[in-house]
Design a protein around this ligand. Structure first.
Ligand code: MN
Length: 438
């Protein structure tokens, strides 16, 4: 079973008896059906799985109690009644597909189940989320060559890309314990920094706080320690994608990162969107994976025909910022940049195949970050580090403010969606976080 095949659940003619799902601008039409873990806001209820339909959450815990599905779909639904979706994610592609098909049939306009399901809908405005899985391990990649080049140029103007970049999907092992769902507000972190011109470091609140626009990847079925996952099977081990903000303290990072890489500059907070869009939902938005003429092909374990035909995923990504002043003046958020995930130098399948090539074991619910996604133009940087040229070019904000890095009270919102002629537009919702004073 290929997760890339187009099937009846992608039919653009499908509509839902949940009328908000049929609005053309909705992130969550019936063709999307992303998963979350949720409960009613400010309640003592247990978390359980939910699926988005329009502006509602279908309560999968309550749906499980109705016993309407059977076979593999019922088995998958039972796993969605748990407080986190690790078990569901680990069931594998056939179970995910069976539940998606059953939910699609139950939510479409002509469904005989509409009256039984209607009381199991809860408005998204009335729920709170947690991270969809208990993340055991988190790995952050560096898959955008435009980001790697732009950042490399700040430090090494003559030699921005290091020689390994074009050969392997670079990454570091991140911190799982500080991953939070959208809406997490956090204090500006303190750390060791070396002020410009100083001969010794000081302990201070970061002055160069930044965001990173990334795609998150939740691992589905895991692999045993010692058993690598070949590229051709890599996507069968992916559950789905979300938005991810890898908050970064650039001054702490600059002082600490050599020789072992990021540490305290990045482990104080990582924000993910509540909704995980399955790989199956993304099937209509696959794109060829290409390398520009003259670039070396990757080693054979990272290259095959299926990858070249449809290995990339065309997700449009955006970063928006609104400051405390902009909110007080009702100015609305300002878009800082846009990028497309299809421009990534490495694909999700290549990341997973490379991660396991040495036998490293992945578990259901593990999370990857794609690395900051930047476009080729200077205005398409996925971080303030790039957009401000390392802090040298302030960015003008509506209302007269400017930014090189984030100020207290700044709220950063990531958005993502997929659009293609002949298919329904689907979205990822938002990943939002606000910076509080140190
Ligand atoms: Mn990152």
């Amino acid at each position: 079973m290929s997760v890339n095949a187009i099937n009846a659940t992608h039919d653009p003619a499908l509509s839902s008896w949940v009328s908000s799902a049929n609005a053309p601008a909705s992130d969550f039409p019936i063709q999307n059906l992303p998963f979350c873990a949720f409960r009613r806001a400010r309640s003592a209820e247990g978390f359980r799985g939910g699926v988005a339909i329009g502006d509602q959450v279908l309560d999968l815990g309550a749906l499980h109690g109705l016993g309407l599905f059977d076979g593999l779909a019922a088995q998958a639904l039972a796993a969605c009644a748990q407080p986190v979706l690790n078990t569901f994610m680990g069931l594998g592609v056939p179970a995910h597909a069976a539940l998606r098909a059953a939910l699609s049939a139950a939510l479409r306009t002509d469904s005989a189940l509409a009256e039984q399901l209607r009381p199991r809908l809860i408005p998204q405005a009335a729920v709170e989320y947690r991270v969809a899985a208990q993340v055991g391990d988190y790995t952050d990649f560096y898959a955008s060559i435009h980001h790697a080049t732009a950042v490399g140029r700040l430090f090494r103007p003559d030699n921005p890309l290091l020689p390994n970049y074009k050969w392997l999907p670079l990454a570091y092992h991140g911190r799982a314990s500080s991953i939070r769902v959208s809406g997490y507000d956090f204090a500006r972190p303190v750390g060791q920094v070396l002020p410009p011109g100083a001969t010794q470091p000081e302990l201070a609140a970061t002055r160069r706080l930044d965001y990173e626009l990334e795609v998150g990847v939740f691992v589905g079925r895991g692999n045993e320690l010692g058993r690598s996952v070949p590229l051709a099977q890599a996507e069968a081990h992916v559950f789905g994608l979300c938005l991810l903000n890898d908050w970064s303290a650039r001054d702490i990072q600059a002082w600490e990162y050599q020789p072992l890489g990021p540490f305290l500059a990045k482990n104080f907070a990582t924000t993910v969107s509540p909704w995980v869009v399955t790989l199956e939902a993304l099937a209509p938005f696959r794109a060829p994976w290409t390398r520009p003429a003259g670039e070396p092909p990757p080693l054979q374990y990272l290259d095959d025909g299926a990858l070249r035909e449809a290995g990339a995923i065309d997700i449009q990504l955006e970063v928006w910022l609104d400051s405390a002043h902009m909110r007080a003046a009702n100015l609305g958020p300002q878009r800082l940049s846009q990028a497309r995930f299809r421009d990534s130098w490495w694909t999700v399948a290549q990341m997973l195949a490379h991660h396991t090539v040495n036998g490293c074991n992945l578990n259901a619910g593990d999370l990857f970050g794609s690395g900051t996604q930047s476009g080729p133009l200077p205005t398409e940087g996925g971080s303030l580090l790039e957009l401000s040229g390392g802090g040298r070019r302030p960015i003008a904000l509506a209302g007269g403010e400017s930014r090189t890095f984030l100020e207290d009270g700044d709220r950063v919102t990531l958005r993502g969606w997929c659009e293609r002629r002949g298919y329904a537009r689907i979205g990822f919702g938002e990943a939002v976080g606000t910076v509080l004073p140190a």
